[in-house]
Design a protein around this ligand. Sequence first.
Ligand code: GAR
Length: 197
Amino acid sequence: MRVAILISGGGSNMTALADSMTGDHPARPVLVLSNRPDAGGLARADARGIPTAAVDHRPYKGDRAAFEAALHDTLCAAQPDLICLAGFMRVLTEGFVARWQGRMINIHPSLLPKYRGLDTHARALEAGDTEAGCTVHEVTPALDDGPILGQARVPVRAGDTPDSLAARVLEAEHRLYPAVLRRLAEGDRKRLDLPQR
Ligand code: GAR
């Protein structure tokens, strides 16, 4: 299975995914693509010998269709079987999603359906939640709403700040995303629930 990974930032999830695809793993990373040319994850991918590309969204200034056409062309050139969004911070339109539906997954830093969108950790703390976590789901046109492929849970601790909770959830993301990818690559779409750690 050929896997393209879309990032916008440091790419720690991309690294966790890429580093898992070795040995007898049935998938390999074929492209790391960022909408930010300065994303730290591009250098981390390059250091691993993974082809990289950047499609900067800024010159498109609101012309989302043209941005997504460039994204699409760059992706098609790499012929991926699966696209993993890993901290990719652009909302994708229905048209783009439709072209890749069933072949595009995302990781989101909350226990969906709670807290779609941004600021998930601040919202979980504000609500007084005792548990937080992350979700891997299929990407569908509605934001953070597709069928859930897996979740991992972590405790919320007394004194947590959005940053301390984010760090704990991120560690869970690094366990969950490679585990879900492996199952998909082996043809298993059954939901995976990792217990609280
Ligand atoms: C991760 O926490 C990921 O779940 C989140 O961005 C972070 C990226 O970190 N994604 C979203 O919020 C998507 N809406 P990383 O670049 O180190 O993988």
